[in-house]
Design a protein around this ligand. Structure first.
Ligand SMILES: *Cc1c(COP(=O)(O)O)cnc(C)c1O
Length: 475
């Protein structure tokens, strides 16, 4: 092609390729449409059901262009109105959160400006925000300034980073794997076992530590297991404590676990994915010892009510983290290591990443921390309110929870498991609020997790009315 031909062809291509770069007027129109949609969605939340069993219709990508207006309709019907309505206060299953609006705005700004948040040099501003969020988190959990951290997509990836650091610090590889021991609670989140498998530790020995009546790790039992393993020539290296279990809302005896970890020279990991930010509430005392953890994970997309996609990991041993995430790390002096940990890509498997720090930084700057704390206190009180109301209806309840997750079952005279399962099915079919089930100490139970920022007294009243209505059908 001659230069003239190239220039002509480029101008033809430009006509079409420029469609991706909207004009200001089109941008305004679209933002307006999305804003109207978002407002309609949010104002409608109080009326919609927490759960719909309807399956979505086709969402296939075709070669036809579809207008934004039509797409928003399709989105509403096939996405927003199917499954669990996780943005509504009526999501009381699994671990909810909600998705605060100011965080959505931060995502919008992050996506429009698209700074490269993986490497300090590329966007010192974005990376500084990521690091300020980590600094804030270290202060919340009384971690030393020398600890490192990373903002991840969630608790599972955070656990992966933490366990990899533990693995590398203790040299758990090759033939040593089969002799290495990890201590977990039955109530530990399944992402722990999953992370171990992913990082090549499928064959480590996992000891499930006996639990007390409140589903917490028994310290004496843990100590005996460790001592027996050491006596048998095995290599204990990792203890996992949970600060807020998913099923029962219990906090393990973190301080005593930290003592044992120190005594036996083990890595102490705390999974605070769900419960972490309750440390800011009246429950602070129960978190004693969390600051002694070698690694800690926490999910702002749970107890900070952010939209899904923000977890965090804090780790004290810099060298261990850099070992797996930065190739030259083990040869680095402290000063150099400080520079290395400045870039998120050296502390995480990710290189190019979503600039996710902004989605926590912006809401914290706009609202301050107090509304978040108040929201958590509200949930702590609501779980008591719920339990008192269910107890009056004749339900049996799990033990007093440390945080805002609890469980219950109806003491049917016969076939209790089967009938409680029917009750759960009836609750799902009703869908007014969403609850989930579990099996705890061999019994089929229904769980309630109060965490979403939109969950209020009215929501709990609605839940109780629904449970009562569904119970009548089974009885
Ligand atoms: C949710 C949860 C996880 C997993 O976190 P994701 O963000 O879903 O990956 C781990 N541990 C606990 C206790 C949790 O509640």
């Amino acid at each position: 092609m001659s230069t003239d031909e190239i220039v002509r062809r480029l101008s033809e291509l430009n006509l079409l390729s420029s469609e991706l770069d909207l004009t200001e007027s089109d941008r305004n129109k679209m933002v307006q449409q999305v804003s109207v949609y978002a407002n309609r969605f949010i104002s409608g939340l109080a009326q919609v059901k927490g759960f719909s069993e309807r399956k979505p219709g086709s969402l296939a990508i075709t070669n036809q262009k579809i207008s934004l207006a039509q797409l928003l309709d399709i989105y509403q019907k096939e996405v927003a109105e199917t499954g669990i309505n996780a943005a509504s206060g009526t999501h009381l299953g699994y671990i909810p959160g909600g998705g605060i609006f100011t965080s959505a705005l931060a995502d919008f700004i992050a996506a429009v400006t698209n700074p490269y948040a993986g490497v300090y040099f590329a966007s010192p501003g974005a990376v500084t925000i990521e690091n300020e969020v980590i600094i804030w988190l270290k202060a919340v959990f009384s971690f030393p300034a020398s600890a490192v951290g990373n903002l991840t997509s969630g608790g599972s990836i955070s656990a992966l980073i933490a366990f990899t650091a533990a693995r590398d610090k203790y040299g758990v590889k090759n033939e040593r794997i089969r002799q290495s021991v990890v201590y977990l609670s039955e109530q530990a989140h399944h992402s722990a076992q999953k992370a171990l498998r992913i990082i090549g530790l499928e064959d480590v020995l996992i000891r499930y530590v006996p639990l007390d009546d409140h589903h917490k790790i028994k310290i004496q039992a843990l100590n005996e297991l460790i001592e027996s393993d050491i006596a048998h020539g095995l290599h204990p290296f990792l203890i996992v404590g949970t600060a807020g279990t998913t099923d029962t809302g219990s906090i393990d005896p973190l301080n005593e676990m930290a003592d044992l970890a120190a005594k036996h020279n083990l890595w102490f990991h705390v999974d605070a994915a769900y419960g972490g930010f309750f440390i800011l509430t009246s429950k602070k005392e129960q978190f004693k010892g969390i600051e002694r953890a070698d690694s800690l994970i926490v999910d702002p997309h749970k107890s900070m009510f952010l939209p899904y996609g923000l977890g965090a990991v804090l780790i004290k041993d810099k060298t261990a983290v850099l070992h797996s995430n930065h190739y030259a790390a083990s040869y680095m002096q402290d000063a150099a290591a400080n520079e290395l940990v400045q870039s998120p890509s050296n502390v995480s498997p990710e290189l190019t990443k979503h600039f996710r720090g902004l989605r926590l930084w912006l809401p914290l700057q706009l609202h301050g921390i107090n509304p978040f704390i108040t929201c958590l206190e509200e949930k702590l009180l609501l779980i008591h309110y719920f339990r008192q109301r269910l107890s009056k209806l004749g339900f049996s309840l799990g033990p007093e929870p440390d945080l805002s997750v609890s469980y219950f079952w109806y003491p049917f005279k016969s076939d209790a498991d089967e009938k409680n399962k029917q009750l759960m099915d009836a609750i799902h079919a009703d869908g007014d609020v969403f609850l989930s089930s579990s099996v705890i100490t061999g019994r089929y139970v229904i769980r309630i997790a109060l965490l979403a920022f939109r969950t209020k007294k009215e929501t709990v009243d609605k839940a109780v009315a629904m449970i009562q209505r569904c119970l009548e059908k089974i009885k």
